[in-house]
Design a protein around this ligand. Structure first.
Ligand SMILES: NC(=O)c1ccc[n+]([C@@H]2O[C@H](COP(=O)([O-])OP(=O)(O)OC[C@H]3O[C@@H](n4cnc5c(N)ncnc54)[C@H](OP(=O)(O)O)[C@@H]3O)[C@@H](O)[C@H]2O)c1
Length: 226
């Protein structure tokens, strides 16, 4: 199977690439600055099917260039992982921050889907996994973090729309909450190590059913209410 993973130079994206390449998958990994991604570069050892590409999901031209330069052939699974958290603390409502985060987390994901859809249609896998957050649940909202929460609500809706619109073509699309994970975004107090989170999410992606398509699950398989 051939996977594309965005935001793969650190954190959750990097761990996806580690586990996927370790089990022998074919992986196209992206980073905004591949030259500053030593851990990702280290994974690209001889015999490992890993290609590294430059991609800024917030930039139309970057997404177009990425799609054009991606080596030919079908893509089976797209993991939309790239994301930003927005300013923590500060003003309660910061419109500029809301738009910036929205552009990466929600619009950025859709930019990549749009650009790669022809390649995904060539594939047999036909899976899209959007890395969302429990903080995007309206049902479980506790206040604060406007930019991040709004962006993930929109991402969840995008996941649902794609699931409905592509269902007839055999696509399965899911939003996955990785847990509170020890990364630069999650911080050192986070209880879940990346290895455990990604193992759980890959189990879900591997076994994804048409019935699960368009829904949101955490890395342990618990469904998250909208
Ligand atoms: N960690 C958690 O507890 C947690 C919980 C819930 C959801 N998530 C979600 O999980 C995903 C990964 O988060 P993480 O914890 O691994 O965070 P992280 O360590 O901050 O990594 C974020 C990744 O996204 C990339 N990125 C940011 N803006 C981008 C852009 N415009 N274009 C392309 N790539 C971009 C970063 O690249 P640069 O290095 O170039 O900035 C980096 O590779 C995010 O979608 C996040 O919302 C994380």
């Amino acid at each position: 199977m051939r996977f594309v993973v965005t935001g793969a130079n650190r954190g959750i994206g990097l761990e996806f690439v580690k586990q996927l390449t370790a089990r022998g998958e074919d992986v196209d990994a992206t980073a905004r600055a591949p030259e500053g991604a030593p851990e990702l570069q280290t994974l690209a050892r001889p015999g490992v099917r890993l290609r590294i590409h430059r991609l800024d999901v917030a930039d139309d031209a970057s997404v177009a260039a990425f799609a054009e330069q991606l080596p030919s052939g079908p893509v089976d699974v797209l993991i939309n992982n790239a994301g930003v958290s927005g300013v923590k603390g500060g003003e309660l409502i910061d419109p500029a921050d809301i738009l910036r985060v929205f552009n990466v987390n929600a619009v950025g994901t859709l930019r990549v889907v749009r650009a790669l859809l022809p390649r995904l249609r060539e594939g047999k896998g036909r899976k899209i996994a959007d890395i969302t957050s429990q903080l995007g649940s309206i049902a479980e909202a506790s206040g604060g973090r406007y930019a991040y929460r709004l962006s993930k609500v929109a991402l969840n809706m995008a996941t649902r729309l794609l699931a409905e619109d592509l269902r007839g073509e055999g696509f399965r699309t899911v939003a996955l909450h990785p847990g509170w994970v020890r990364t630069r975004m999650g911080g050192t107090a986070a209880p879940v190590p990346p290895e455990q989170s990604i193992r759980g999410m890959l189990r879900l992606i591997d076994g994804l059913t048409a019935e699960q398509s368009g829904r949101t699950f955490d890395f342990q398989g618990r469904e998250i209410p909208w």
